[in-house]
Design a protein around this ligand. Structure first.
Ligand code: FES
Length: 351
């Protein structure tokens, strides 16, 4: 039985009084340097369109300053030729970008449906009481920023807690409090699976695309560390034990070739074959027409109806003689632009 959250016993568990974290050092926000700018340009060079680099650049700023500072927003805007408002709009849209100083570690507790019913909310409440913070707040000693998270895509391991986005699966109140206590003592417990734990600034640097590992093999070895995939594979194993297999997928309709003008004939839900869906619908409209006029209208719009004769233009071609620049959607086109619609080709498009 765990101590009540917030009680002296709980404080002893969470290590509130013995944290080695230097809160003053964490609160310090070092200025961005020429090195930061060079790394930002290195990120930009990875993309064919410069502004695509904004997301990793924001992670880069966080790796140096712990959050997206006004200085970081200005650097991104300057390097990408965006406005600060545009950068700010992106930074405030995604929850992974923090707008206030973060602790050494970011602890995220999933409180979405499955985790919540299995104890996620109790974990969040206990950590919140122990640390004396609410969602998106940092403990007074600067060790932990606590947040509740929406589904972390690991429902089979519920309830899930992540630290700096590394997974700690199937937690309960006791194990989560032990985990946080270890973090506050400066320890880095191994995640349940995946790469070893760094800290918030370290993972931000990785998310910016700068590996902490000396080469690809070392990175792969760390990330592909053995893990327990029991819950994920449980359904598969049960099916194998019972000799069950999923029924074969029904063959889907064949995709028409890219250059096909007409849809292929297909089998309709009605069971009729040998017609395209459009023709079947048109047949139905003709059959349902009550009056000769309706029947004539439906027949006229049938795909098999003969093409109406077009107006003959002065140059001998059929089509409309709309003056250049006056067709819908072509305003502003010069006299050399598309100026008429030729039968069967559809309207002109601005290129
Ligand atoms: S509900 Fe928690 S990981 Fe999906």
């Amino acid at each position: 039985m765990s101590a009540l959250p917030g009680s002296p016993e709980a404080t002893a568990v969470t290590g509130l009084d013995s944290s080695p974290v230097d809160a003053a050092a964490l609160a310090e926000v070092p200025p961005l340097t020429e090195q930061t700018r060079l790394e930002a340009r290195e990120i930009i060079a990875r993309y064919p369109v410069a502004r695509s680099a904004l997301l990793p650049m924001l992670h880069l700023v966080q790796s140096y300053q712990g959050y997206v500072t006004p200085e970081g927003v200005a650097l991104c805007a300057e390097e990408l030729r965006l406005t600060k408002a545009e950068v700010g709009a992106v930074a405030t849209f995604y929850t992974m970008y923090k707008r206030r100083p973060t602790g050494r570690h970011l602890v995220s507790v999933c409180t979405n449906t499955l985790c919540a019913v299995l104890g996620g909310q109790r974990i969040m409440d206990a950590l919140s009481a122990d640390l004396g913070v609410h969602h998106d707040e940092t403990a007074a000693d600067g060790s932990i920023t606590l947040e509740h998270a929406e589904c972390l895509a690991a429902c089979d391991y519920a309830p899930v807690v992540t630290v700096d986005y590394e997974f700690y699966d199937q937690q309960d109140v006791d194990s989560a409090r032990e985990l946080v206590a270890a973090l506050r003592r400066g320890e880095k417990p191994l995640p349940t699976r995946g790469a070893p734990l760094t800290d918030f600034r370290g993972i931000s640097r990785q998310l910016a695309g700068f590996s902490q590992h000396p080469d690809a093999a070392a990175a792969a070895a760390a990330v592909d560390a053995p893990g327990d995939y029991g819950p994920t594979l449980r359904g598969l194993r049960l099916a194998a034990e019972r000799g069950e297999a999923a029924p074969p997928m029904p063959a889907g309709p064949e995709q028409p070739p890219a250059d096909a003008g007409e849809p292929r004939e297909t089998v309709r839900p009605s069971g009729r074959t040998g017609e395209t869906p459009g023709k079947e619908a048109a047949d139905a409209r003709v059959a349902a027409a009550d009056t000769p006029a309706e029947k004539a209208g439906a027949a006229g719009s049938h795909p098999d109806a003969p093409e109406p004769a077009g107006r003959r233009l002065p140059d001998g071609r059929e089509g409309t003689d709309t003056p250049a620049g006056q067709e819908p959607g072509t305003a502003g086109q010069g006299p050399d632009g598309p100026s008429r619609t030729i039968e069967g080709r559809g309207p002109s498009r601005r290129r």
